[in-house]
Unconditional design. Structure first.
Length: 488
């Protein structure tokens, strides 16, 4: 039932447009862009074409008139007039103050009277012209019973034979309506085509853009459901590739941390359970068997104490971790003598020298005072030495070397244990990481010790590392600047 309901719902959602989706937004901007472009085209071609054409014509005729007027006194004036009339398709005539058209002549008969211009036209063209105040004028006129509009230009040319001569130029303003009609039809086709093209293109492009996102959202959902083997697939374009890379990396890290956390819980519960079982059974043994036998009882009590110590170690590691991680842990840096610190830490391992056959050596060269937080550095040294003890070789030797090298102090903790394989060395500083996954009863550990060390040394900004060879031993070290007392 539920399945059916879900499917129905899904089918339904197909018909709704998601206004927030990348597809819709992309499509909208594409269409918007195409519409704006078309609108500009319409305005220029259709609405303003008439004005555009008229003002262009006016400017052209003004320029020609101005040039001709200037050339009135030149030798080739009449030739120029004829040539201009011919090439530009303009009617050009020269009229004198008696209204006679002196050029061009109406026929080739030199004796015939020149044609004269009707008075009303003459007045219309030339009446208000004045050499100084208004040497030329331009205007449009339409004629009754005709659609044609005529553009006229008139100007004063100068005097000839004691009579003033005028220039008259007329040209029809072609009606642009028919052109506009053609353009309109063309534009309708162009608009339709480009909108359709924009629609199709934007559909494909937005699909192309959204595809990797949709794919990755599906993978992320799987990840959210706990499938850590999910892969964010690359493809399509660089940004999607980068996103896929980042998400794959995050998935890796997440699954690693979860894996380690699982290990830790398994380890910690094992580590808690085993000493408790031992403590309980040794307690019972004391109660039932060795209570009256002082020697055996002492042995049993020692075992109980040792197991309790192991438990403390484990709990301490967990507590340290939360302390280092909490925001409250601020460094309190003071001058710190590493030799004194090492001696005091080694004191805690004295028992192991006495009872377990370990041997600790401390070598100090130079002044080994640094500026650091004492309690935190104590933890670093303690963890290094505890590891050296835990993973020491058969010789049970641990060497602590503290050396002043120029302006640095180098502190090394060296053992001859089983070492760490090179490919594992970069991971041992990670939280919960342990080289030996199958848990050994004899080595209590949480995989947190070196992570705590790393956090502390990072806080101090000290360099640190490990040099290790399998079956030869390890040398864990850190380097800190020598503290220089400026008061000295
Ligand atoms: P643990 O509590 O397991 O000791 P650490 O963070 O201190 O955790 O160390 C991480 C891992 O690094 C250990 O599990 C161990 O495998 C390896 N390791 C640390 N110190 C040494 C050492 N001195 N010799 C060999 N291996 C070591």
């Amino acid at each position: 039932m539920t399945q059916e309901h879900k499917t129905q719902k899904k089918d339904h959602s197909k018909f709704f447009i998601d206004f927030k989706s990348i597809r819709f937004k992309y499509w909208l901007s594409f269409i918007g862009f195409a519409t704006i472009l078309l609108l500009i085209l319409w305005l220029l071609q259709i609405v303003f074409l008439n004005q555009f054409y008229e003002s262009m014509k006016v400017r052209e005729i003004e320029k020609i008139g101005y040039n001709l007027t200037k050339q009135y006194n030149s030798k080739h004036f009449k030739q120029t007039v004829l040539l201009t009339a011919f090439t530009k398709g303009i009617d050009i005539s020269i009229v004198n103050e008696d209204r006679y058209i002196t050029f061009p002549k109406s026929d080739n008969n030199v004796f015939s009277q020149p044609k004269s211009l009707p008075r009303e036209y003459f007045n219309q063209y030339f009446a208000k012209l004045d050499k100084k105040t208004k040497p030329s004028k331009i205007f449009t006129q339409s004629f009754l019973g005709s659609d044609e509009i005529q553009l006229s230009y008139s100007s004063i040319l100068g005097e000839k034979n004691g009579k003033i001569e005028y220039l008259l130029m007329t040209t029809p303003l072609e009606p642009v309506e028919s052109t506009i009609d053609i353009l309109k039809n063309q534009l309708i086709i162009i608009s339709g085509l480009s909108l359709a093209l924009a629609l199709v293109l934007s559909f494909f492009m937005s699909n192309h853009l959204a595809k990797p996102l949709v794919r990755m959202a599906k993978s992320a959902k799987k990840l959210g459901d706990g499938h850590f083997d999910v892969e964010f697939t690359k493809g399509d374009y660089t940004e999607a590739d980068e996103l896929a890379d980042t998400l794959n990396h995050a998935t890796d890290e997440l699954s690693k941390t979860l894996e380690m956390r699982k290990d830790l819980i398994a380890n910690v519960s094992h580590d808690l359970k085993t000493p408790l079982t031992v403590i309980k059974s040794y307690g019972e043994m004391i109660r039932d068997i060795s209570g009256d036998n002082p020697e055996l009882r002492k042995e049993h009590v020692n075992t109980i104490i040792q197991e309790a110590d192991n438990l403390t170690l484990l709990v301490n590691d967990l507590l340290d971790l939360s302390k280092v991680e909490s925001e409250l842990s601020h460094l309190q840096k003071y001058p710190l003598d590493l030799e004194k610190l090492a001696r005091s830490v080694l004191n805690r391992f004295k028992m192991m020298e006495q009872y377990n056959g370990y041997h600790f050596d401390l070598e100090v060269k130079g002044t080994v005072v640094i500026l650091a937080d004492e309690s935190k550095m104590r933890q670093v040294l303690y963890n290094f030495i505890a590891n050296a003890v835990n993973y020491a070789g058969l010789d049970k030797q641990v060497l602590i070397k503290i050396t002043e090298t120029g302006d640095q102090v180098l502190c090394q903790v060296i053992d001859h244990g089983k070492g760490i394989p090179e490919d594992q060395q970069k991971y041992i500083w990670d939280r919960y990481y342990r080289v030996q996954k199958n848990h050994s009863r004899f080595i209590v550990g949480t995989g947190l010790g070196l992570f705590i060390v790393k956090s502390i040394l990072d806080l101090h900004d000290f360099n640190y590392g490990v040099e290790s060879k399998v079956n030869e031993g390890s040398c864990f070290y850190f380097k800190a600047p020598v503290f220089k007392d400026i008061k000295k």
